[in-house]
Write a protein that binds this ligand. Structure first.
Ligand code: MN
Length: 259
């Protein structure tokens, strides 16, 4: 059994908290089907982090914005979403298979810091924004670049390029108490041992605090939301057989094999 399925299946009972109204001893609602929730293991704990929404920031490093054809001095970063069940959980020290998705001939990696929200809110001031961050991990915003570009050219939504099955591999969550907040530090990605992306978190256009603040102006945030904070420059393709390894200072590396 895939670990992802295990973690999705193991806490299905928690789906009984639909609407936040379930109390101890209250029966789960009768549903037409069983629909698995998505949960991320928390390091050093038996608890799982329940995922509500996945937000992603686009063009949050100037050099990447330029390589994607926009002008970071004129166009601010922006948000899009992936479906929650796009998560592929990657246990530390393992190299699980990551399926090459259908329809693409140009499948790209994007290495990103991921912030996990523990306290919701609207219009959160930057100065208080980090109080809403519960933990961090690292993840890949996998992208069908050819489909993303084709949709962009036609002024259509990016969905098919960004929001497909298993497009969000990520590691376990480390609580802020364990790691502190991430404002600087190396972020890099290798393919088959070759360095491809190499930058510093302090090169983000919007810091994590600014991301939380900006995002909360557009959407009410809730516990369980996670934010992929954007990728540095030098995104590029992988093919079947490639091993992707990514690193952020202060977190264990994450690896997957494209199959
Ligand atoms: Mn990205």
């Amino acid at each position: 059994m895939q670990r992802r399925d295990f973690f999705q299946g193991s806490a299905v009972a928690a789906a009984a908290t639909l609407g936040g109204c379930a109390a101890p001893g209250v029966q789960a609602p009768r549903t037409s089907f069983s629909v698995a929730g998505t949960y991320i293991p928390v390091v050093g704990s038996q608890q799982l982090f329940p995922v509500r929404r996945i937000y992603c920031i686009g063009r949050n490093y100037a050099a990447h914005a330029i390589e994607r054809g926009s002008d970071p001095t004129r166009d601010p970063p922006f948000f899009f979403q992936k479906p929650t069940d796009a998560i592929q959980f990657v246990p530390v020290g393992t190299v699980p298979d990551h399926p090459y998705p259908p329809l693409t001939k140009n499948y790209h990696y994007e290495a990103e810091l991921v912030a996990a929200i523990g306290k919701g809110g609207r219009n959160i001031p930057i100065a208080q924004a980090l109080e809403h961050v519960w933990g961090y991990t690292l993840g890949l915003d996998m992208t069908r670049r050819d489909l993303q570009n084709a949709m962009g050219d036609q002024k259509k939504p990016w969905e098919i390029g960004k929001s497909f099955d298993r497009s969000a591999p990520l590691g376990p969550i480390h609580t802020v108490a364990q790691t502190g907040h991430f404002t600087q530090g190396a972020i890099w990605l290798k393919v088959n041992g070759q360095l491809k992306q190499n930058a510093n978190l302090n090169q983000m256009i919007w810091s994590v605090a600014e991301q939380v603040s900006k995002l909360s102006e557009a959407f009410e945030l809730f516990p369980g939301d996670i934010i992929y904070s954007g990728t540095p420059a030098n995104v590029g393709p992988v093919v079947r057989g490639d091993v992707i390894e990514m690193h952020i200072d202060g977190l264990p590396n994450l690896s997957v094999k494209v199959v």
